[in-house]
Design a protein around this ligand. Structure first.
Ligand SMILES: NC(=O)c1ccc[n+]([C@@H]2O[C@H](COP(=O)([O-])OP(=O)(O)OC[C@H]3O[C@@H](n4cnc5c(N)ncnc54)[C@H](OP(=O)(O)O)[C@@H]3O)[C@@H](O)[C@H]2O)c1
Length: 329
């Protein structure tokens, strides 16, 4: 495969994917509306086609102009997006849809591609634009991939959990890096053993390429850091990368009440563990970046950026009230 078309490509995952594809000798075309700056504007091997993916004519024109071997779909939020794209790119060697770990419809540890049931999706949910139906819509996109493959399309799906790393506009990890960077005492909700699987963004990019090159049509592949850390361990990893020491202070629901804070107000806190098995992907020969290296790059990028993630979690003043209560014991 030589020519890749990336639907999206200028913000976070897609941006890293373009870099991964260039490093692996692909010629790349990015297809997007041009609302975000193009970081590859000066790169000769990256063409830009302007268009809206909801406009079939624009997507068809891109298919004709580029005739891609591989298509990577970074902006399919509705099942209809996947259905249309698998029709338009039905003759390419690989169509890879970025699905999500949120597609899974049952809590179990770990969630496996071919065993854990997916979220259902009603007709109303399929076109709903609220976050509540995100998992339903992503799961229906997976089913659209399976259906396309049954009709001979080389379509595959990749399911990442929470993605982190340079250019992460969600700022969920930034909240924690900012806390560790600014304070000696860091409040961690619960007992610190909470687990929410994450994946380093460059590893999502390599997953997408590896799945396009070696995956089986009609299959879904989880991705995720091969080593999973608890919330406490994540805070320690960040502190190591910042070359600082912090005191972790655990606060349960009753202590947090002093600051009018809920456990769920903290980003990357999830009551029940979310763990995706990455065995199927590893069988394709994929590996993840060592955690220290991945966190090192995330921290470095945080420090160079103006992201602080503070909007994503409780105010420090509210936390100070919690710390005040804990100090009286
Ligand atoms: N971040 C996570 O933790 C996470 C976890 C699991 C799955 N995912 C999945 O990852 C994908 C998002 O990745 P990303 O935002 O990092 O990708 P990205 O490809 O780096 O950025 C999104 C791109 O899509 C373009 N775009 C948006 N709407 C468009 C439209 N209607 N037509 C054409 N282009 C459009 C944007 O540019 P313009 O605005 O200029 O058009 C931008 O280039 C989603 O499918 C999401 O479900 C993310």
């Amino acid at each position: 495969m030589d020519d890749a078309l990336v639907i999206g490509g200028t913000r976070f995952i897609g941006r890293h994917l373009v870099t991964e594809l260039l490093a692996n000798d692909y010629d790349v075309t990015i297809f997007n509306r041009g609302n975000h700056d193009n970081p590859f504007a000066d790169e000769d091997r990256v063409e830009h086609v302007q268009g809206d993916r909801t406009d079939d004519d624009a997507l068809e024109a891109a298919a004709d102009a580029v005739d891609p071997d591989a298509v990577f779909d970074c902006v399919a939020y509705y099942p209809e997006d996947v259905r249309r794209a698998t029709r338009i790119f039905d003759d390419c060697e690989a169509y890879v849809y970025i699905s999500s770990g949120s597609s899974y419809g049952r809590e179990e540890i770990p969630k496996r591609e071919d065993e854990t049931p997916l979220e259902p999706c009603t007709e109303e949910q399929a076109t709903d634009d609220s976050h509540d139906t995100y998992g339903n819509r992503k799961a229906e996109g997976d089913r659209a991939v399976f259906e396309a493959a049954e009709n001979g399309v080389n379509a595959m799906a990749v399911r990442p959990p929470i993605v982190y790393g340079p250019h992460d506009y969600t700022e969920r990890l930034d909240f924690w890096i900012d806390r560790v960077n600014r304070f000696d005492r860091v409040v961690v909700p619960g007992d610190g053993t909470n687990v929410w699987h994450r994946v380093y963004v460059e590893d999502v990019a390599s997953t997408l390429r590896v799945v396009a090159e070696r995956g089986e049509p009609g299959e879904a592949y989880n991705t995720g850091d091969r080593r999973i850390v608890t919330l406490d361990e994540m805070v320690e990893l960040i502190a190591d990368q910042l070359e600082t020491d912090v005191e972790i202070v655990h606060a349960g629901p009753r202590e947090l009440e002093a600051g009018d804070i809920d456990l769920e107000d903290y980003p990357l806190y999830r009551d029940y563990p979310h763990v995706l098995s990455t065995a199927k992907l590893a069988d394709l020969g994929w590996e993840s970046t060592p955690l220290e290296e991945a966190m090192g790059r995330a921290v470095e990028d945080h420090l160079e950026s103006d992201r602080d993630g503070r909007e994503n979690g409780p105010d420090r003043e509210a936390e100070e009230r919690v710390l005040g209560i804990l100090d009286t014991f």
